[in-house]
Design a protein around this ligand. Structure first.
Ligand SMILES: N[C@@H](CCC(=O)N[C@@H](CS)C(=O)NCC(=O)O)C(=O)O
Length: 220
């Protein structure tokens, strides 16, 4: 049986796994779980990932959760094109970018994104504004890097781009919500606020297979 990937629409973590599969042109069976129906909490799914979170991957006897672990697995199993670099230096730079995003961007981005997605913008307005400042500081660093190079960590598309890109998309979607208007987040239009990040987003979107990874419920 082809490799199976369990994912949820709009999950940045699941998006990483789908991007890696498409970039590596690995055949896979898509198992889209609906959060609203609790399909990530069924006994069958909990047997794959007891945390009840997406993504999870099954390839024969191999069962894996955690998006970055899935990326590492796919990179070993299907080495071309390499996602974690060709040299020791590249591997270091890629992991540095990933950890910077995990440690400094994602926590503050989440404080902007979650309340806007879950209709809590009014009561959390102060915290959203405070977090947005930190988001801007992180984006400014990314902007400087991407003004000097096409990809986040090295001279080619890597796991760093795959790991960070879904968070930028989530931020853009949150910033586009009506409730974000009064907050003046200063994120949109990205081409004006962060032109190098916008150009990088376009490069990621041009990756063959990208369309298949786009969250289906965002198309409506
Ligand atoms: N560290 C995990 C995070 C996975 C995660 O939090 N997934 C969320 C979707 S964005 C989820 O499945 N949440 C459902 C839940 O916790 O019930 C990874 O990198 O895969």
């Amino acid at each position: 049986m082809a490799m199976e990937i369990y994912w949820g629409s709009g999950s940045p973590y699941a998006w990483r796994a789908l991007l890696a599969l498409e970039i590596k042109k690995v055949p896979y069976t898509s198992r889209l779980l609906e959060f609203s129906k609790g399909q990530h909490k069924t006994p069958e799914y909990l047997a794959l990932n007891p945390r009840g979170k997406v993504p999870a991957l099954r390839n024969g006897k191999v069962v894996l959760a955690e998006s970055l672990a899935i990326l590492a697995y796919l990179d070993r199993e299907f080495p071309q094109p390499p996602l974690f670099g060709r040299t020791a230096e590249q591997a270091g730079l890629i992991w540095k970018s990933i950890f910077e995003s995990m440690n400094y961007l994602e926590p503050v981005a989440n404080r902007v994104i979650a309340p806007l997605f879950f209709n809590e913008a009014a009561e959390k307005a102060d915290d959203i504004r405070a977090a947005a400042k930190d988001v801007h500081a992180e984006l400014a660093g990314m902007e400087r890097r991407l003004a000097a190079q096409d990809w986040l960590a090295t001279d080619g598309l890597s796991a760093a781009d795959i790991a960070v890109y879904p968070w930028i998309e989530l931020l853009l979607r949150a910033a586009g919500k009506e409730a974000a208007g009064p907050l003046n987040l200063g994120l949109l239009p990205l081409a004006k606020t962060y032109p190098a990040i916008a150009a990088w987003c376009d490069r990621v979107r041009a990756v063959p297979g990208y369309d298949k990874t786009y969250p289906p419920h965002w198309r409506n």
